[in-house]
Each structure stands twice: as C-alpha cells, then as structure tokens.
Design a protein. Structure first.
Length: 179
C-alpha cells in the first residue's frame, strides 16, 4: 500500500465515510490540532511516562477519529467514543499530584526540567485544541463528540499540574512571574 494517494493534491481531503472537504475546513484544522497534541504527549512520554499518558493518547486518537467523521456515521464505522472515565482519572491524578505540591501563591513561568517543559507544551496545545473545539461547537454544534470539551479542558489542567509535579520530583524550583 502506498502512503501517498494524490487525492489531496487539489487542497481537499476525505472524511471517514467519503465526504470531501477543504483541507482548510474547521474540522480538519481541529483534528490536526488534536493530532499535534497527541504527538506532543508522545514526546512528553520520552521524559516522563506512565499508564495515564498512554490512556490519554488513546483517547486523543478516539477524539481525532470522531472529528474526522460526520457524527451520523460514527456508529456505521464503529468509532470508539471518548471514555467518560478519563475525566475522573485526570481529576484523581491532578488531586494526587497537587497533594504533594506547595500551594500556588503566584503565577509561575513555564520552565524547569525537560519533562516539565514538554508537559507545558502539551498544556498550551491542549488549550489551543480546546479553543478550536469550542469554535467548532459554535459553528456546528451537532457534530461535537460527547465528553470532548470536558476532556480537553481537564487535560490542560492535568498537564499544568504534571509540569509542577515533575519539577518538584527533580528538585527544580518554580520560576515566579515578576513584574
């Protein structure tokens, strides 16, 4: 099987199910953001890895596939939904990490170890993906996968807390924002 098909050479691509859309379509831009986030989570796993990060990657892949298919075709193609328990897992992990961290009294600058910085990159890409998802929701509300907004919102909180946790684990002080 060849990797290239040449079917996108004129600036269009196919959704799962065959519908042709512009490569500049909001949906394509959105699931491209989700794919970028998934790639950065893989990059983060090179510095800090756990079972939850792999679970996050699987859920992001589910989200991307749901976005790459019109909602009326989700069942036809047996696409997996975002597991609602992922939000609970993220919240539990945030709470557990937060218990070992000093309370925040100031804004902190993204900095620290390699792993913490990779987590900060995941955080900002998760936020950007969330903004694009909400924009898509405003444009095409009937096409948003269940649990997707909550998942991305909680995911950015998780990556913020994880960056702090990684720095603390490596005895690296946080950099306080100074004006």
């Amino acid at each position: 099987m060849k990797i290239y098909t040449k079917t996108g050479d004129a600036g269009q691509t196919s959704l799962i199910g065959g519908a042709r859309v512009s490569k500049a379509d909001l949906r394509i831009d959105l699931y491209g953001e989700v794919d970028e986030l998934n790639s950065y989570v893989g990059y983060l796993r090179g510095s800090f890895d756990n079972e939850l990060l792999e679970n996050i990657q699987n859920q992001l892949f589910c989200l991307g596939s749901l976005l790459a298919c019109e909602k009326e075709n989700h069942e036809k193609f047996k696409l997996p939904n975002i597991d609602s328990s992922i939000v609970e897992k993220l919240e539990k992990a945030i709470d557990e990490m937060n218990d070992s961290l000093d309370p925040l009294k100031n804004f902190i600058l993204p900095s620290g170890s390699e792993g913490a910085n990779r987590s900060h990159l995941c955080r900002v890409i998760a936020r950007r993906s969330e903004r694009k998802l909400v924009n898509f929701l405003n444009q095409v509300p009937d096409q948003i996968p269940e649990n997707s907004v909550i998942f991305l919102n909680r995911l950015s909180d998780y990556f913020f807390t994880l960056s702090r946790f990684i720095n603390k684990s490596e005895n690296i002080d946080e950099t306080i924002w100074k004006v």
